[in-house]
Design a protein around this ligand. Structure first.
Ligand code: MRU
Length: 354
């Protein structure tokens, strides 16, 4: 499976996803500011993948700091951490990764600067490898909810390209296929940046998963005709009450699911759950440049120059529309999600099965 982000010879290797599917081009980056730029410009995107990229970016920043004094080192790292957090506001994974970095440094403040640098370099790769394992677990729990012959609709790209590998929303599909079930996918094209058309369709075809591309406005008609058995999407941030922020258009799909009695599942690694927010209205929603809407591929104009545009990159689906949330710890009702924050919770009691 394709690797969108990696650490190779002391540099961050990123697949520039803005060029897909026309060109598979990797860039090797040795400056944390370029990593941050790559996150902003969507060379790398998808909540877990930008969490990994930001952690690796911090390793690059650490390498460039020239001091043997630990306090100075920590101080000089702060602007890089703030830069990463400022890149994209909705996905919680960047803040999660930066909190993890800060905790690592706090709990190792007796170490030398060189030791801390080595730890930070290791941490980015650790987050990447853990992410792949987490996705496999999400896949294992989620696959129980898919039957032989099912067609699954997904929105945006929550596949290998959006993660360390394997994907979140795509994981139950891959596991089901490994189990011998025949599963096919319908990918929403996902205006305006077309992650479904450019990325999901591409990566699933590479992986040999049957995939059919549709325009975003086709989902309702296909549901009405009985073409769709389940929807699985990823999330940029899911909060304590089970409200889910994901790519703009997800909410419309969830509402359609309710109308057509189709299960609407969310694949969410625990790193994408923000237990500090009580409801989805509190999630900051990224607004992106109007040119994403008025131009196709940044070049071809499809709307009048100067037209007013609203370009919210994400929306929030209220928990009441969510059938189940697949995490690495099991599948849960959205209303039970907050209990995952409590280490004493008996997960057996709140896990759900189909
Ligand atoms: O703007 P993007 O491409 O970063 O949006 C990505 C999504 O909305 C994904 O569904 C989400 O990050 C989950 S990725 C496993």
């Amino acid at each position: 499976m394709v690797r969108a982000i990696d650490w190779v010879n002391g540099k961050v290797r990123m697949l520039d996803q803005t060029r897909l599917p026309l060109e598979v081009r990797f860039v090797d980056i040795d400056d944390y500011k370029v990593v941050a730029e790559g996150i902003k410009k969507l060379w790398i995107r998808g909540a877990p993948a930008i969490g990994i990229a930001s952690a690796m970016g911090i390793a690059l920043a650490a390498i460039d700091i020239n001091t043997s004094d630990v306090e100075t080192f920590k101080k000089e790292l702060e602007p890089a951490i703030d830069t990463m957090i400022g890149t994209r506001p909705t996905a919680i994974n960047i803040r999660w990764a930066m909190d993890r970095i800060k905790m690592l440094m706090e709990s190792n403040s007796d170490r030398s600067v060189n030791e801390l640098k080595a730890m930070l370099i290791e941490e980015g790769q650790k987050i990447l490898n853990e992410d792949i394992e987490i996705n496999r677990s999400i896949g294992k729990w989620g696959a129980d909810f898919l039957k032989d012959g099912d067609t699954v609709l997904t929105h945006c790209n929550a596949g290998a390209l959006a993660t360390g590998g394997y994907g979140t929303a795509t994981a139950p599909i891959h596991v089901s296929i490994e189990q011998g079930k025949r599963i096919s996918v319908i990918a929403d094209e996902t205006r305006p940046v077309l992650q479904g058309a450019r990325l999901t369709a591409w990566e699933l075809m590479q992986a040999g998963v049957p995939v059919t591309l549709i325009t975003d406005n086709s989902a309702g008609a296909l549901m009405k005709k009985g073409y769709i058995d389940a929807v699985i999407v990823g999330t940029d941030r899911t909060v304590a009450n089970g409200d889910v922020a994901n790519k703009i258009g997800t909410y419309s799909v969830a509402v359609l699911c309710k109308e057509h009695s189709i299960p609407f599942y969310v694949a969410a690694p625990i790193s994408s759950i923000d237990f500090s927010l009580d409801n989805g209205e509190l999630i900051p929603i990224e607004e992106r440049d109007s040119s994403e809407v008025t131009l196709v591929s940044g070049e071809c104009r499809i709307a009048p120059e100067g037209v007013n545009v609203i370009n919210m990159a994400f929306d929030v689906t209220p928990a009441e529309y969510v059938t189940a949330i697949f995490t690495e710890k099991g599948a849960f009702r959205p209303s039970d999600l907050a209990k995952l924050a409590d280490e004493g919770t008996d997960l057996e009691k709140i896990r759900i099965s189909p």
